[in-house]
Design a protein. Sequence first.
Length: 137
Amino acid sequence: MKKSKGFTLVELIIVIVIVGILSIVAVPIYRGYTKKAIATEAKALLGSIATAQRVYYAEFGNYYEISSSVTFNTTLDIDARSNKYFDSYKVTTAGAANSYTFTSIVEGRIGSAAEGISVTMQAVEGGSIITIATGLD
């Protein structure tokens, strides 16, 4: 009797099915991780805005508002033009004496992998900061 070398057709089909099942499970998980990694750029930009706002508040007693989306602001000295995914931001303020708040919003660049991702940071006078990311799923 002659021993055969190689794989049978059944063994090859079983391997292909197993690889297919693993890829069906792995691809959505991978996409979620990449979106979360992309959102870290937005969080870094928001951190810069928060730091600049604290400095501005210490000097002027209120927060600085940027009502439309910008890529660069000389007052806060925030430059987002070199960012790959999040290259614009806006800041809204609210409140009266001793209860100022500001909200910063960055949205992913249209046509990039970050399109549809929005990260919002709300800071209340006294230091508490809330960060909310949407579009990561």
